[in-house]
Design a protein around this ligand. Structure first.
Ligand code: ATP
Length: 240
């Protein structure tokens, strides 16, 4: 099994992305203890839960950033967790987009360079990469900022550049970990509006980790992680 063996088109049936009985520890600290999650193509799923419950670890396993100690990760009908590190890197570069809370842009480069970078890594033609970067600048309401260094941007502008950079390759899945965590609520709402509108327009599947119920409300579905387990689609009063 390799990234090249994974089908290029969405499977007609079944989830696009699935975690089965995932276990992962850091030293003696268990972060995941049998987590299960299924995400359909085109779905926007919010992963919620208390601090330290295992949300980011789940996202990292699903995205192939590191493999689980035990359990299976399925992507588009293939075992992602069985791929070599270099194949997982290739899959992330070509099929996944990432938006994190901090530090994802290259400060020495311009806004346009940052957005074009994933395309250039995927060996796109340079002129075409910058033309597409320009289109995404417009879609993220960043017109005229292409020549700026990212350090000169506001937090909200920088986060929109990060969203453009994640979406420019037309990823199958966008992984977002506390994407509005460093923004004030109004700026965060605008970023989430744009992220979810564009993901829906592109048919991109989104896995969104957040503490914030207002951010989770942008998703089609919410799941709750507690003590390394996905406990329920919704917290049930007095139950489970
Ligand atoms: N790289 C690491 N090294 C050591 N322990 C880690 C590491 N990453 C996560 N952990 C531990 O694993 C557990 C789950 O962490 P994780 O970051 O997945 O939780 P989280 O729900 O995303 O938390 P938060 O909402 O605070 O970001 C925690 O006890 C955490 O301290």
């Amino acid at each position: 099994m390799s990234a090249a063996d994974l089908p290029a088109v969405p499977t007609a049936k079944g989830p696009l992305l699935q975690a089965r009985d995932l276990h992962r520890s850091f030293g003696s600290t268990p972060a995941l203890r049998g987590a299960e999650l299924s995400v359909d193509a085109g779905e926007i799923v919010a992963v919620m839960g208390p601090s330290g419950s295992g949300k980011s670890t789940l996202l990292h396993c699903l995205a192939g950033i590191f493999p689980p100690d035990r359990g299976e990760v399925w992507f588009d009908g293939g075992r992602l967790d069985r791929l070599s590190e270099s194949r997982r890197t290739e899959l992330r570069r070509t099929s996944f987009g990432f938006v994190f809370q901090f530090g994802q842009l290259v400060p020495e480069l311009t806004v346009a360079d940052n957005i074009a970078l994933p395309l250039l890594f995927n060996r796109a033609d340079r002129k075409d990469a910058y033309r597409r970067a320009d289109e995404w600048l417009t879609r993220l309401e960043l017109d005229g900022l292409g020549g700026r260094r990212t350090g000169e941007l506001s937090g909200g502008q920088a986060q929109r550049v990060a969203i453009a950079r994640a979406l420019v390759i037309h990823p199958r899945v966008l992984f977002a970990d506390e994407p509005t965590g460093s923004l004030d609520s109004l700026t965060g709402e605008r970023a989430m509006d744009l992220l979810t509108d564009l993901a829906r327009a592109e048919g991109t599947t989104v896995v969104l980790v957040t503490h914030d119920a207002r951010v989770a409300a942008y998703a089609d579905r919410e799941v709750m992680v507690r003590d390394g387990l996905v406990t329920s689609p919704y917290p049930v009063e007095g139950g489970r």
